[in-house]
Write a protein that binds this ligand. Structure first.
Ligand code: ADP
Ligand code: MG
Length: 396
């Protein structure tokens, strides 16, 4: 089942001057391909839950339409949309057994859809097997771990074989280990059933690890849609670049001056050194590129650019320690974590406290020194507008 959001907007009216109106979801216009697991990702308050509630029918859009395949479901009540819902708090009925909890949605079926008790039990068992809790059918929720309770909630959402499965931060109440394990399970179940699934989370690592496609959102506005690795490698703007990745991207205040890229006042990279593919971000990324007052054309080399103040973002894995490298930082420490070595350093133009760079263990700096010199990998450095945060340049 393909899900299409067409110009979808949700505005909540303000209650007072201190609590003004919010546009929780602003003009969403994209398609969720059939059979995919799509992660809606963004900080708290960016409109993820509101989007999900509109798709399931519990919130009414202010504007726009929702389609399941070619069917316009915008005015169809939630119970007729064929969606399964899983929330952060599992909301199981405490007085019912696991089996009764899973069967519950089937009991609501009416008319010719009504099922016999045997058929309900059979379907509940099938759903329970899918999430591997079929041996726990006789227990009550309080006799289960958090992870098991969440599996019951997932089985309950699956029992009617929904056309679309919606999950709102389903792993947030689990401890770190269970979270990892359960996300692998969700991925497996999604693959096995092929149900189009929309998974909401504020945790970028979670979204990146299980999604076929991620939709990065901020303040009710979609920032970028793509395969997780593509969005990571090719961020549209500074927000997306900073939101994805642990440790996060290192951001420096800098400028583009003719053919040179400066961090602070130092010229640290010549564009020639970054390679011929260090070019302007493609115009197709955003219809309003150019509105930031910085002229750029797709494919245009950064070395032809006029002088501009910029943010320079470099991924932690984009640095090499090199005696002759152009970027000189003050060495603060070295952390060895198994295979990885993290070099901690500082620089006056760095936007933050500590620059974190990940290098190979053979490439670690001499900890006796006060300074460390770096070179960068061309594909790991991005240039963003200081005015708008839009990406101006990067490697292709
Ligand atoms: P998220 O799930 O990404 O954390 P939400 O979709 O819950 O974000 O909320 C998006 C914005 O809409 C927030 O500013 C929130 O305060 C506001 N909002 C959500 N629900 C309501 C509501 N029922 N009434 C008023 N404002 C709401
Ligand atoms: Mg939410």
């Amino acid at each position: 089942m393909k899900v299409t959001l067409k110009d979808l907007t949700k505005r909540f009216p303000g209650r007072s001057r201190k609590d003004p109106a919010v546009t929780a979801v602003n003009d969403f216009d994209f398609e969720i391909p059939s059979g995919q697991l799509v992660g809606l990702l963004g900080p708290s308050g960016c409109g993820k839950s509101t989007t999900l509630l509109m798709i399931c029918g519990l919130e009414k859009p202010t504007q726009g339409r929702i389609f399941f395949d070619d069917e316009d479901v915008t005015d169809i009540p939630p119970e007729e949309r064929g969606v399964g819902l899983v929330f952060q708090n599992y909301a199981l009925y405490p007085h019912m057994t696991v089996e009764q909890n899973i069967m519950f949605p089937l009991g609501n079926l009416k008319g010719e859809q009504k099922l016999s008790k045997e058929e309900m039990k059979r379907r509940a068992l099938e759903a329970a097997k899918l999430v591997q809790i079929d041996q726990l059918m006789g227990r009550r929720p309080k006799e289960l771990s958090g992870g098991q309770q969440q599996r019951v909630a997932i089985a309950r959402a699956l029992v009617k074989m929904p056309r679309v499965l919606l999950m709102d931060e389903p792993l947030s109440n689990l401890d770190a280990r269970l979270r990892l394990q359960t996300r692998v399970e969700i991925r497996r179940i999604q693959r096995e059933t092929g149900i189009t699934t929309i998974f909401v989370t504020h945790d970028q690592e979670e979204a990146m690890s299980i999604s076929d496609t991620i939709v990065v959102m901020k303040d009710g506005v979609v920032q970028q849609i793509g395969r997780p690795q593509d969005v990571y490698d090719d961020p549209n703007n500074l927000f997306v670049a900073k939101f994805l990745g642990t440790p996060p991207i290192n951001v420096f205040s800098g400028s583009l001056r003719g053919g040179r890229l400066c961090i602070g006042e130092e010229e640290v990279f010549s564009i020639d050194e970054l390679g011929a593919d260090f070019v302007a971000a493609s115009a197709s990324d955003s219809a309003d590129s150019g509105s930031d007052g910085v002229r750029r054309e797709p494919g245009k080399l950064a070395k032809d650019a006029g002088d501009t103040d910029v943010w320079i973002g470099i991924r932690p894995e984009g640095f090499y320690v090199d005696e002759k490298g152009p970027l000189t930082c003050t060495l603060k420490g070295v952390e060895v974590m198994g295979r990885d070595v993290t070099v901690l350093s500082s620089h006056p133009a760095f936007d933050g406290e500590t620059i974190r760079t990940i290098v190979d263990s053979e490439n670690r700096p001499d900890t006796g020194r006060k300074e460390v010199h770096f070179r960068v990998r061309p594909g790991k450095i991005f240039v963003f507008s200081k005015e708008t945060g839009e990406r101006l340049y990067g490697s292709r």
